[in-house]
Design a protein around this ligand. Sequence first.
Ligand SMILES: O=c1ccn([C@H]2C[C@H](O)[C@@H](COP(=O)(O)OP(=O)(O)OP(=O)(O)O)O2)c(=O)[nH]1
Length: 153
Amino acid sequence: MFKSGHFVADNLGELRETQVQPNGVDLTVDAVFEQTEPGRIGRDGKTVGERQELDPEDGHYSLEPGGYIVRYGEQITIPDDHIGFLYPRSSLLRNSCMLDTAVWDAGYEGRGEGLLEVFHEIELERGARIAQLVLADAAHEESYDGSYQGENL
Ligand SMILES: O=c1ccn([C@H]2C[C@H](O)[C@@H](COP(=O)(O)OP(=O)(O)OP(=O)(O)O)O2)c(=O)[nH]1
């Protein structure tokens, strides 16, 4: 079963009232990066490629078509017995952009990242809401203890 927006909000850091939605919490864009060097995914590990942080102009990012890594502004905790899913705000899709996301594991804490695909130039204000995090009940044996634990806190 999916939890309410207020339940999700109780597991995040400081929020604005407008971020709490009926079924989840909207996440904001805190930083945007362009990858500059290749990463590597091997059978026994991975390396994230170098990236360069973009400077917002007058508080806005003007993004040309391409792929960008975004860091969310909220401090996220996925509580035990839950799993998190993140969806793009539909206004992104309606503006020819997409946010690609992965599974948020029980026990994860941090300010996570996603891949923003831009198919048509878009202006994003730093701090604008771009995604929605939802939580569902989930069974698990272990909790997240990977290399991204505690990232960007
Ligand atoms: O879109 C997402 C989805 C998840 N996460 C966070 C929460 C998740 O628990 C953690 C690790 O994700 P995943 O397990 O998919 O990463 P991995 O590449 O398998 O790394 P690890 O080996 O550390 O598990 O990253 C994000 O930042 N962005």
